[in-house]
Design a protein around this ligand. Structure first.
Ligand code: ATP
Ligand code: MG
Length: 570
């Protein structure tokens, strides 16, 4: 059997894998499994593309001898750029996939595609139409009305060949002629109403330069590119279901054998964000985000900058699976994947997001001691680090309350609390700003007998809070992110005002005065940490400077949104 052993295969056999299993069992395609991941280089990849990449590359990895190419579907020169080609390659590699020697461009098939088109003209399956754009639309009919045949449909093979050659030679202006497949203007499927195969476009192409002034259309190009590459299973999203008859028609028209099989699956939609390059482009161009790599974007560049790992994204794609049912996946599913990935491997550090100054009044002035803290409480193999402790510290502002409710197990006047890995301290005084009344400083006394955080007399102290030593702590900018949109399904909720009004105005909060313990000092490259009690944070690879890190919050420790929406009755 041409399948790999059971222990390597995913437990869940989705309908596509079942289909491939069946094809192999029936001896189809001589036992080959060949897929492709076919982005158009007109933007950056997003998490939806990751689903497709995981499916196509994943299948190639799972089946013995399986192959997957990275194919750029680059037939629209005015929208495509080499910049996108490079970034897509980078993202696919980052996700962990290897196309080996199977890097392809549909544009490298232009000559072959042209030959196929000529053969179709010769066999009477294609013709040059010279209707205007408006006339073409008008002849097309509607979903309820059949289309009408063009008056040019009966041109002779010779005339069509001559015109098509002259189209290629650049003798005609954009829009003056098109090459169409001769199928059926009365077909209930509008895709089959003599679809355009080639259009004239005097535009330079990122790959082929000025070599061409006619460009093949997507439907014509895609199936034949699949065929040229020996693709066996051409996996695409559901909106192409109605294009499948055309996919097959072109292959039959050129006597393709064996024919690749198109199989459709549902797109990934994620709650509280959008997933189309066009809409993401709008967000960038209108300045709603800082760029394609803004950590709030669902792009791979943005997610990577935010601290998502390739492992967490692949795990996510595996968990959501592949079906034919359209749905919206909860953002919480994605967030759980990154939590589970980072939990065992992110070193723990202490970071104070909104600092409040604490003075330990009975601690000797000028003294600094080095305490010891494990880098991971459950994994001794990750080692430990030194934590400087001295008279002036910072704690989290929200860990102190002047008049707390009884269940507030943190710091308050007269209450004792544990400073993580340090000492038990008791609040003895509170200093306020005379004008504003704001708390500016908290005074505590510490119990020198409690080094490490345990009382020798066994007295119970419920609360443990994090802290940093003021003198050695590093000032850091911390960026907290929240949902980009206020509504679960922005596309559905969109009205004529566009989706501007649907954006979450609080999707980013910048805390320029956060403090982190000195052990992270050298972190100028993206590294993920768990800030104890706060969440997972990743060094921002673009804005950080040595000694002045910027941190992006990847995700909170718990699904705070689930709690919020439960409280709202959602
Ligand atoms: P967009 O609508 O975001 O512009 P696209 O389909 O035009 O996406 P392509 O570059 O053509 O973008 O996509 C490359 C591959 O990724 C295609 O096979 C496409 O079907 C798939 N893909 C795109 N978006 C999604 C998604 N949300 N879920 C799953 N697969 C997707
Ligand atoms: Mg597309």
């Amino acid at each position: 059997m041409n399948q790999q052993s059971d222990n390597q295969r995913p437990v869940v056999r989705d309908f596509i894998r079942q289909r491939i299993d069946a094809d192999l069992a029936a001896g189809k395609n001589d036992g080959r499994v060949v897929t492709r991941f076919p982005p158009e280089p007109n933007g950056y990849l997003h998490i939806g593309h990751a689903k497709s990449a995981c499916l196509n590359f994943g299948i190639a990895e799972e089946y013995q001898g399986g192959l997957c190419s990275l194919r750029f579907d680059d037939t629209n020169p005015t929208k495509e750029k080499l910049e996108y080609v490079e970034s897509i390659k980078e993202d696919v590699r980052w996700l962990g996939f290897d196309w080996g020697d199977r890097l392809r461009h549909a544009s490298s098939y232009f000559e072959q595609l042209y030959e196929f088109a000529v053969a179709m003209i010769e066999s009477g399956k294609a013709y040059v139409d010279s209707l205007s754009g408006d006339e073409l639309r008008e002849h097309r009919g509607t979903l309820t009305e059949p289309g009408r045949e063009s008056r040019y449909r009966r041109r002779s093979v010779e005339e069509n060949l001559g015109l098509f050659k002259r189209m290629r030679a650049g003798e005609f202006a954009d829009g003056s002629h098109v090459l169409r497949a001769k199928i059926d203007m009365a077909s209930p499927n509008v895709n089959m109403r003599d679809p355009v195969m080639y259009r004239i476009m005097h535009a330079a192409h990122p790959m082929t330069g000025d070599a061409w002034c006619i460009y093949p259309m997507y439907d014509f190009t895609h199936c034949l590119s699949d065929y040229i590459e020996g693709v066996t299973h051409s996996l695409c999203t559901l909106e192409f279901e109605d294009h499948r008859p055309l996919y097959d028609w072109y292959l039959i028209a050129v006597n393709a054998n064996p024919r690749p099989q198109q199989i459709e699956f549902s797109r990934l939609n994620l709650s509280y964000t959008v997933m189309s390059k066009r809409l993401l482009n709008t967000l960038v161009n209108d300045g709603h985000v800082s760029g394609w790599d803004d950590p709030r974007m669902p792009t791979l560049k943005g997610m990577r900058r935010r601290g998502y790992t390739p492992e967490s994204i692949r795990d996510f794609c595996q968990r959501i699976g592949v079906t034919k049912k359209d749905n919206v996946v909860e953002m919480g599913v994605l967030e759980n994947c990154i939590r589970e990935d980072l939990d065992p491997r992110a070193p723990r550090v202490m970071g104070v997001l909104r600092p409040l100054k604490v003075v330990i009044v009975n601690y000797p002035e000028g003294q600094v001691e080095q305490l010891e803290a494990p880098n991971h409480p459950k994994d001794p193999s990750m080692g430990s680090r030194k934590l400087p402790f001295s008279r002036v510290l910072y704690i989290e502002r929200e860990d102190f309350m002047q008049s707390p409710p009884s269940k507030f197990y943190r710091l308050a006047p007269g209450r004792e609390v544990r400073l993580r890995y340090a000492y038990l301290v008791t609040c003895v005084d509170v200093l306020r700003d005379e004008q504003s009344g704001e708390i500016v400083e908290v005074h505590c006394s510490y119990d020198p007998e409690t080094r490490g955080g345990n009382a020798p007399d066994g007295r119970k102290v419920k609360g443990t809070i994090h802290w940093v030593c003021a003198k050695s702590a590093l000032t850091a900018e911390v960026r907290l992110y929240d949902r980009l949109f206020r509504v679960e399904n922005p596309v559905a909720a969109q009205d004529d005002k566009g989706f501007e009004s649907l954006l979450n105005p609080d999707s980013i909060e910048v805390l320029p005065e956060a403090r982190v313990e000195p052990s992270v000092k050298d972190a100028a490259v993206p590294t993920s940490y768990q800030f104890e009690r706060q969440g997972y944070f990743c060094v921002d690879g673009i804005d950080s400077r040595p000694g002045a890190p910027v941190f992006n919050r990847t995700v909170t420790l718990r699904d705070t949104w689930a709690k919020v929406s439960k409280a709202r009755g959602g």
